[in-house]
Design a protein around this ligand. Structure first.
Ligand code: NDP
Length: 330
């Protein structure tokens, strides 16, 4: 591996944030005890915000964005990793305050890495990526609540997006009847292939929510927030739960206490960034086991490194279907 490597770099100037593909060298690597040859990264919603500067995701400058990556260890001073190990990383502020996956090389704290689980290669790991791993955290939250397939349907919002697509596929494989919502009804066949038994219009969830509505869902996974989440909460069956991880519609939650105090429902907040290593290892292991890897081909597609700036606009505009894998050139 030459001393020089390609990387996107975000800088802050008086005119605002800039993002350029640059030639860096090893002196530009950040502190850490493991250096990784990055093979694949992905495009998550948060990366779209970082690359475009539309939200202050990046808080250290200069910085290479990319909140996740998978690759092979080049060198390690960490007891748990050796040269040649295949690893995956997401969260821990990588791509936000520590340089991340949009580079041929990354140096990170080994405590943030996990060994790639058996059965997944680096490309598959990034087809899943932070979005898919967050889906699994949401699934686990509903399971831990005690929701079982016999309890009723599971609603997944924003289903044609990254988190939503993987959530539909996992829940279906686990035997749940899954109902998907989407603003892109042209993706109905795609969602059916992933395992959605029914597909509803996103618009049905867009109006201001009533405190309570008919009890429809045993549980739900929500990526939208806003009126969508408020409507979902008002439709959860007695004792059910929602795992909420996103704000694709809004950071607001215009709801009331009614579904909580009259139906005993629970709202779980799901965070993927600071979750403990144990839970990460468990979630990645579950993904290797409970996600139909053949479906990964349908729900993901590959982008070239050079496509990132355009694709960042696309993900913020809701034009990306499923998961975008970024192939890092050798
Ligand atoms: P994507 O852009 O791939 O998917 C988001 C989906 O949300 C879109 O595809 C669309 O689905 C739906 N959507 C978009 N705009 C709206 C709207 N105005 N109202 C309702 N639905 C909308 O993003 P990801 O799946 O990667 O991420 C989804 C959310 O989860 C983001 O907010 C992201 O920041 C968050 N997230 C949070 C994590 C955490 O740690 N808590 C980790 C990962 C993601 P459709 O076209 O089907 O309607």
């Amino acid at each position: 591996m030459p001393n020089q490597f390609q990387a996107y770099q975000i800088n802050k100037t008086e005119a605002g944030q800039t993002c350029e593909l640059k030639q860096l060298d090893d002196t530009d690597l950040m502190d850490g005890d493991v250096t990784v040859k990055v093979e694949y990264s992905t495009l998550n919603y948060k990366d779209g915000l970082a690359l475009t500067g539309k939200s202050s995701v990046v808080r250290t400058f200069p910085l290479t964005p990319g909140v996740d990556f998978a690759g092979t260890v080049i060198s390690s001073e960490h007891a748990n990793f050796s040269t040649g190990d295949r690893v995956v990383l997401n969260g821990f502020g990588v791509g936000e305050v520590h340089s991340g996956g949009y580079a041929q090389k990354a140096r990170v704290n080994g405590d943030w890495l996990i060994q790639l689980p058996d059965g997944l290669n680096t490309r598959q790991a990034m087809a899943i990526g932070t979005a898919g791993y967050t889906s699994m955290l949401c699934v686990i939250a509903l399971e831990n609540h005690g929701i079982r397939p016999d309890d009723g349907d599971i609603l997944v919002t924003g289903a044609a997006g990254g988190v939503g697509s993987v959530a539909v596929a996992i829940m279906n494989k686990l035997g749940y009847r899954v109902v998907a919502t989407t603003g892109r009804m042209e993706e109905k066949d795609y969602l059916s292939r992933l395992g959605a038994a029914d597909v509803l219009e996103r618009a049905d969830f867009a109006a201001k929510a009533k405190p309570l509505y008919k009890e429809l869902w045993a549980g739900a996974i929500d990526v939208a927030g806003g009126n969508t989440l408020a409507n979902v909460l008002s439709q959860i069956k007695y004792g059910g739960a929602v795992a909420a991880c996103g704000l694709a519609e809004s950071i607001e939650l215009p709801t009331s206490v009614a579904p909580f105090i009259l139906r005993g429902i629970t709202l779980y907040g799901v965070d993927s960034v600071r979750v403990s290593l144990d839970k990460r290892v468990h979630a990645w292991g579950r993904l290797a086991q409970d996600l139909d890897l053949k479906l990964l081909e349908d729900l993901s597609f590959e982008l070239d490194f050079a496509d990132l700036p355009r694709a960042a606009e696309d993900i913020l505009a809701g034009r990306i279907r499923g998961r975008a894998i970024i192939r890092i050139p050798d």
